[in-house]
Design a protein around this ligand. Structure first.
Ligand code: SGN
Ligand code: CA
Length: 524
């Protein structure tokens, strides 16, 4: 049974309690501070740091609204996931536990909604909880007063969404707009006497990267983006990297991905499902942008590296358009919060379910423990009374949201939660005993994109990865001298001692997190 606000208001977070004791705030401010903090967790899909202008200037200003959130809070420069793929990431966030503990290891699993989750614990202290958008955990959500979710990946156009009671199709609507509308509607009708935790989970910017015909679909056209230095990677010394199926040159397909047919005429235009879901006026806008691109590629007769570079340009532009439409909607949500005086007592987290390749190593997609997809953006806007601003470089991981939100709500963090609360960092502290390394484990092989199973450790300077299952290879990277992870040092005799040390540390993490899949240690 849910407890009332009066009960929950007595469960002040350590932060607000501390403030009440130490500040000379006016009575009005004290009353304001005494209110439990609301939480809005905005998670996109596959939105990577390289494409967010608060993190990177590679593509110019692409995300002005996310950048604004960053300006009023903290940018985590060392934010990572535990398992770089959608469902597992979401399960890690909800439970505060690694995949082997929450039971959701890959996208074909089914989340056990009977287990303890952070939203359930928040409900117990009087928080209203809502989940809107991409869920992707197969079973129906539990722990939410309200949920309205996409089936599976969902669609960009004429999306279907369903609640506990009803499945609805929304013709003539773009998913990112719809998820934002629904989030604002929920905020409007919530019980305004209770604190809340709202999860806004965008479908964007997931493949096949369809921009919004209701905003500017021509945006980013006409620009030419430089290829990453390692776009034509030959994967030397990295067997697993060489065997993936996520190459822009080879696997980024005509029609479905490129939205134009192959110039050799073997495929029909626009036969991908996303296009068929548009109404006639949406199609007209779409065609006005993509028909000229069809003519362009028909005329160019590109081959080999030139064709791969052209595909890269198409990929980046479609990705940035989709992301920009989401950024616009995040701006819209922020406007609502501002207009309704919600900014001063709400913590806002912006993150993604994982990072993504923007052509590095020649790739799109994620899954590998290499930096681009192991990392994830994480920006936290806090009310003004939290004074920390700018960049912080502590290692945080998606298992940390659950303990953080619980601490904010004044809930005792259960011993079985494996993440760490980053609330001290939000308060401007840099705890000395903060974690010095991260553990990662990816399981989805065999599977789409053919990324081998692997686990590994990242320390401040090094990364050690073991690929296993149908392969048994180790990789070591010196991130200081080789941030793009091109040179596998595992056979370098000068690294022998370092490798032993890192293997011991990796083993220690596997023991600490109680991962049943471990390598043999001590080594022979
Ligand atoms: C779909 C995509 C893949 C993507 C997975 C997982 N293929 O299957 O490219 O890796 O989702 O993404 S598609 O042909 O359907 O677009 S995840 O973010 O949901 O894990
Ligand atoms: Ca994803």
């Amino acid at each position: 049974m849910k407890k009332s606000i009066s009960k929950s208001a007595t469960l002040l977070s350590t932060f607000t309690t501390g403030l009440l004791l130490t500040s000379c705030a006016t009575q009005k401010e004290s009353v304001e501070n005494a209110k439990p903090l609301n939480i809005i967790y905005i998670m996109s899909d596959d939105h990577t740091r390289q494409a967010i202008s608060a993190y990177s200037d590679r593509y110019g200003i692409t995300t002005p609204n996310i950048d604004n959130i960053a300006r009023e809070g903290l940018i985590f420069t060392n934010s990572y996931v535990a398992n770089s793929i959608s469902g597992p990431s979401r399960a890690c966030m909800l439970t505060g536990k690694h995949s082997h503990k929450n039971g959701f290891r890959n996208n074909s699993d089914r989340f056990d909604g009977n287990q303890q989750t952070m939203p359930k614990l928040l409900q117990q202290v009087g928080y209203q909880t809502a989940m809107i958008g991409k869920w992707h955990l197969a079973s129906d959500p539990t722990g939410f007063d309200y949920w309205d979710i996409l089936p599976g990946q969902g669609d960009y156009y004429s999306p279907v969404m369903y609640t506990k009671d009803k499945r609805t199709t929304y013709p003539g609507v773009y998913a990112t707009d719809l998820i934002t509308d629904k989030s604002i509607n929920w905020l409007e009708q919530r019980d305004k006497n209770k604190p809340f935790c709202l999860f806004v989970h965008h479908k964007a910017v997931h493949r096949n990267f369809m921009g919004n015909v209701y905003s500017d679909l021509t945006e980013f056209e006409g620009k030419d983006y430089p290829l990453p230095d390692n776009f034509f990677d030959n994967y030397e010394g990295r067997q697993a990297a060489g065997e993936q199926e996520m190459s822009i040159a080879k696997d980024y397909s005509w029609e479905y991905d490129l939205k134009v047919k192959s110039p050799d005429g073997t495929a029909a235009i626009h036969k991908f499902g996303g296009y068929d879901r548009m109404n006639e006026s949406e199609k007209a806008v779409w065609d006005s942008v993509y028909n000229p691109i069809q003519r362009e590629i028909n005329d160019k007769n590109l081959k080999g590296k030139d064709l791969a570079a052209w595909k890269y340009q198409r990929y980046i532009k479609d990705y940035l358009k989709t992301a920009k439409a989401m950024d616009d909607n995040i701006g819209r949500l922020m406007e609502y919060l501002k207009a309704n005086n919600l900014l001063e007592n709400t913590l806002i987290v912006y993150t993604s379910d994982q990072g993504f390749y923007m052509g590095e190593h020649g790739w799109f997609d994620k899954r590998f423990m290499y930096e681009e997809s192991f990392s994830t953006p994480m920006i936290v806007r806090m009310p003004q009374r939290f004074q920390a601003r700018g960049k912080v470089d502590e290692f945080v991981q998606n298992i940390d949201h659950a303990p953080t939100f619980l601490e904010i709500a004044g809930v005792k963090i259960q011993a079985d939660i494996q993440g760490e609360s980053y609330l001290p960092i939000l308060k401007g502290k840099h705890p000395k005993n903060w974690r010095k390394s991260l553990y990662y484990h990816f399981y989805e092989f065999p599977g789409e994109h053919a990324v081998k199973r692997h686990y590994g450790i990242r320390t401040e300077r090094y990364k050690l990865i073991h690929f296993y299952n149908d392969i048994d290879t180790w990789e070591l990277y010196d991130l200081k001298n080789d941030p793009s992870e091109m040179h596998n040092l595992i056979n370098n005799p000068e690294q022998a001692k370092n490798i032993q040390l890192l293997k011991k540390q990796l083993w220690d993490l596997q023991v600490r997190y109680d991962d049943p899949i471990r390598f043999q240690y001590p080594l022979n």
